[in-house]
Write a protein that binds this ligand. Structure first.
Ligand SMILES: [Zn+2]
Length: 147
């Protein structure tokens, strides 16, 4: 709960970036976890300490890492959201860095033998089973490798 005395940021994303904190247990992430549970997909962990890129959800046994990306913050290619009108250059640079960081994380994980699944916020809201199926495919691909 926000302190009522502090100024209200223009949007939640701005607020998050200003504080420099990464939100945990975001709504899209909870939506996905609930769906995984309902689909009886087990074995995932949440707080990825010591795993490159610190994915939001990961399956240690299958080495599948899942990122749940907010469309605004991580620049979803299908939403293609515009830049905030104020301080446009500042935001552009910031977003470019975010995208570059996401790509670097993915590359790092892949060199260490992880499969990376990215679930976008809009995708989860539209149909969470699309993302569940992507995860399921990666899990079964990993199972095939081991056999
Ligand atoms: Zn999107």
């Amino acid at each position: 709960v926000r302190d009522k005395r502090s100024p209200t940021p223009r949007s939640e994303s701005v607020s998050r970036s200003m504080s420099g904190n990464r939100r945990r247990d975001t709504k899209p992430e909870l939506l996905l976890r609930k769906a995984l549970w309902q689909e009886k997909i087990r074995g995932y962990r949440l707080q990825a300490r010591g795993i490159p890129g610190r994915p939001d959800i990961y399956f240690p046994k299958s080495r599948v890492a899942v990122f749940v990306h907010g469309c605004f913050w991580h620049r979803c290619p299908s939403c293609n959201l515009g830049l905030p009108r104020h301080n446009m250059n500042f935001w552009k640079e910031k977003f470019d860095r975010n995208v570059a960081r996401d790509q670097k994380k993915q590359a790092l994980l892949e060199t260490e033998g992880w499969q990376v699944v990215t679930c976008w916020e809009c995708e989860l809201k539209r149909d969470v089973s699309d993302c569940v199926n992507k995860i399921r495919r990666s899990l079964s691909a990993s199972a095939r490798h081991k056999d």
